[in-house]
Design a protein around this ligand. Structure first.
Ligand code: BES
Ligand code: MN
Ligand code: ZN
Length: 480
């Protein structure tokens, strides 16, 4: 979907559908001019109760040649005093999916009401863009005939905001595609190809033998049961000559649990265990396209976690780059093993901050369902910045504590650490495990196990991979 901006009257712009956002209450009053031209049609549907302006309510009307737009779509915004950028994004998402399902191609948005409420039409547009996504690669008969374009009817200069929304949404779509793609296709090598498809980004791939030479024993132990070659992917983008920020994305292309095999039910979903890595690639895509003045190093320790003749076994002891030894209690607690080596590797770049994003624990989705990313870290100021980005993007994060008592949870009798103490407290103890590798480097951990996948359609997130983290991290980098 392309976005255009034109300074022209709502009634004078020819299109398939003109979107009229309307809060609860005043009804037609918001659009007196258009209502008059339509012989009071809008007043009629509001008076009859066919359209009340409830949040995300829709009402489509044909204009029968009385004004230039072929149709008008009333989209409810809910109560005026409860409006926010997020509600606007959701209304945009709902309007776009409604019109898309009717195969309507050419849209326009009336912006003066949104602007008069001190909100930005760019947020509504972002919702439209994010919603116009379907994963149909493996459907022979269907193809994605999405919306062709939307024109914002306004005299305001929204160019910059709209460009940002467009880059963010296409990065989110890129990430969703990677995550939705099944693991027989989305292998570590496929992630390498995705990384190499990005422009203005240098990519280095460390394979099994070089990783061995570097001492990445924790990372490699996860890949041992699979014939699929692991790939430790390092991307660099330098838009400014400053100390880098490092983003690490958990990239397990399939998590069977390994020898500590998961139950069969729902195991198919474990293709989304690379959602952290995919989010990081999405961020890199948008950052490099927008040429942001940042210095980013991204690390994706990609591997497939399978049981097999040479797989790691519970009780095995492995070493990370720095030589720390880890007793592997469960081969299903594999994410932290890969991220631990990635954190140690990232420290080589002397980053100003390390952010890791990972579908790390089932406990995260038990605690928050689909509604929040769990955040932990060793630097309050950094976490405050993440909270700010969370507020702006509505990719919600919620901070959890790293009490020093959790140290006991990961004490091993025979090694420096063990990779799990079981399920009690595992959302935080997994983060505590990572903190042992971050050391003094400012570090934030984001657990996206609950938010990376949705089983139900949401206003601008169709079911499947959500692309969580992309907009959050972009917002975070933008504010730096
Ligand atoms: N990838 C899983 C976590 C996960 C579960 C993500 C459900 C998304 C949905 C992770 O590797 C894992 O298996 N974690 C275990 C750790 C346990 C063995 C300590 C868990 O949380 O059950
Ligand atoms: Mn696992
Ligand atoms: Zn996993």
């Amino acid at each position: 979907m392309k976005v255009f901006i034109r300074n022209i009257k709502d009634t004078a712009f020819a299109c398939d559908a003109l979107i009229l956002p309307a809060p609860e209450g005043k009804g037609a009053g918001y659009y007196e001019d258009i209502d008059k031209s339509l012989n009071g049609l809008i007043s009629k549907v509001t008076a009859s109760g066919e359209f009340a302006g409830k949040r995300n309510e829709t009402c489509l009307l044909h204009t029968s040649g009385k004004i230039k737009p072929e149709r008008v779509l009333l989209i409810g915004l809910g109560k005026r005093q409860e409006l926010s950028p997020e509600k606007l994004r959701q209304a945009g998402g709902r309007a776009a999916s409604y019109l898309r399902d009717l195969k309507i191609k050419d849209l326009a948005l009336s912006t003066h009401l949104i602007s008069s409420l001190n909100l930005s039409p760019a947020d509504f547009t972002e919702g439209c863009l994010l919603a116009d996504y379907r994963f149909l690669k493996y459907k022979k008969e269907e193809n994605h005939n999405g919306i062709k374009k939307i024109t914002l009817l306004t005299g305001e200069d929204l160019q910059k905001q709209v460009r940002w929304a467009g880059a963010a949404a296409s990065a989110v779509h890129f990430t969703r595609d990677l995550v939705n793609t099944p693991s027989n296709i989305m292998t570590p090598s496929a992630l390498v190809r995705a990384a190499r498809s990005l422009k203005r980004v240098s990519v280095k791939v460390i394979g099994r033998s070089e990783a061995g030479r570097l001492g990445m024993g924790a990372y490699l132990s996860v890949a041992k049961g699979s014939d699929e070659p692991p790939a430790f992917i390092v991307l660099a983008y330098k838009g400014k000559n400053i100390r880098p920020v490092t983003l690490i994305g958990k990239s397990i292309t399939f998590d069977s649990g390994g020898i500590s095999l998961k139950p069969g039910e729902g195991m198919e979903k474990m293709k989304y265990d690379m959602a952290g890595g995919a989010a990081v690639l999405g961020v890199m895509k948008a950052v490099s396209e927008m040429k942001l003045p940042v210095h980013l190093i991204c690390v994706l320790p990609a591997a497939e976690n399978l049981p097999g003749g040479s797989a790691t076994k519970p009780g095995d002891v492995v070493k990370t780059i720095s030589g720390k030894s880890i007793e592997i209690i469960s081969t299903d607690a594999e994410g932290r093993l890969t991220v631990a080596d990635a954190i140690e590797y990232a420290k080589r770049f002397k980053p100003s901050a390390i952010i890791d994003i990972a579908t790390l624990t089932g406990a995260c989705s038990i605690a928050f369902g689909n509604e929040a990313v769990a955040m932990m870290g060793n630097d309050e100021a950094l976490m405050e910045k993440m909270k700010r980005a969370s507020g702006e993007t509505s990719e919600r994060v919620w901070q959890m504590p790293l009490f020093e008592e959790y140290r006991d949870y990961i004490k091993s009798d025979i090694a420096d650490l063990k990779n799990t103490s079981g399920r009690s407290g595992s959302l935080v103890s997994s983060a505590y495990f990572l903190s042992e590798f971050a050391g003094d480097t400012p570090w934030v951990h984001l657990d996206i196990a609950g938010t990376a996948w949705t089983d139900k359609d949401r206003p601008y997130i169709p079911k499947g991979a959500t692309g969580i983290g992309v907009r959050l991290l972009l917002g975070f980098l933008k504010n730096l």
